[in-house]
Write a protein that binds this ligand. Sequence first.
Ligand code: A3P
Length: 288
Amino acid sequence: MDTNFLMIEGIPFPGKTYNRDDIISIRDEFVVKDEDTIVLSYPKSGTNWMIEIVGLIHCKGNPTWTHSVLSWERSPWLESIGGYRYVKNNRNDVHFYTSHLPIQLFPKSFFNSKAKVIYLIRNPRDVLTSGFHFFKAVQYIKSPETFDQYFECFLQGNVIYGSWFDHIRDWLQMQGKENFLVIFYEELKQNTASTVEKISQFLGKQLGPEELNSVLKNMSFEVMSSNKMANFSILPEDILDHSKGQLMRKGVTGDWKCHFTVAQNEAFDKVYQEKMANFPPGSFPWEK
Ligand code: A3P
């Protein structure tokens, strides 16, 4: 799709918002602190939803913070040029940040820390579909011309952050570690309250019934869609062309079924089965 990727250790990044020195410095020099909480995901898995949830849990359901501070200041995107600068300049105040990095480019210091990572995973078919719509609007990435073209690129890992399959397979080696929580977009949709409680327990924040209700209300698609601090509507047109796409698009599971042809579905399944062969059947919610 995009021949202008900045390739760093085999992973494609959009050249305009990343630079090689920062990515290498994040991996080799950035110090993750024990008290940090990191939202980690492959792009389009519901990252911004998790940022909102973590912020709301942190404030015990009080939406003042999530409704008054931009999401990328509440939880800066570590490896973007602006995000890394922000984190470095405000290191003493930043305890939440976000990353899409694959494991081999993640800060090495994390692996000897007690920092908490929430790794969010979503059905790759919906990730692909969401990405197709969103990246059409992102000005610093060459737009996918057709769904078919983007579909092929996604299966080959020729998209930003590389292969979904590699990202998931490599990060899931961390599953079971005390400071690494795996959450599925699908479980958040289906069992919202119990999944939020699981996250709040992991973060060491006990929520009372009223507090939980407020988290649930303010993390809803409806409330988040109208939260200017979270819905990307404030992003300038030279970053996001709002007439072409938006972050808060549909917020559902299974939208891929409205996009994949029968042939694409078969092609996807074939690659999926090959790449995910090491996971026992039923390992992921969409396989059940
Ligand atoms: P769709 O494009 O399928 O609607 P990311 O934050 O990783 O870029 O992911 C964006 C996806 O998360 C979008 O999916 C968006 O609608 C979905 N999302 C964001 N907030 C959500 C919410 N409150 N409830 C459900 N889905 C949400």
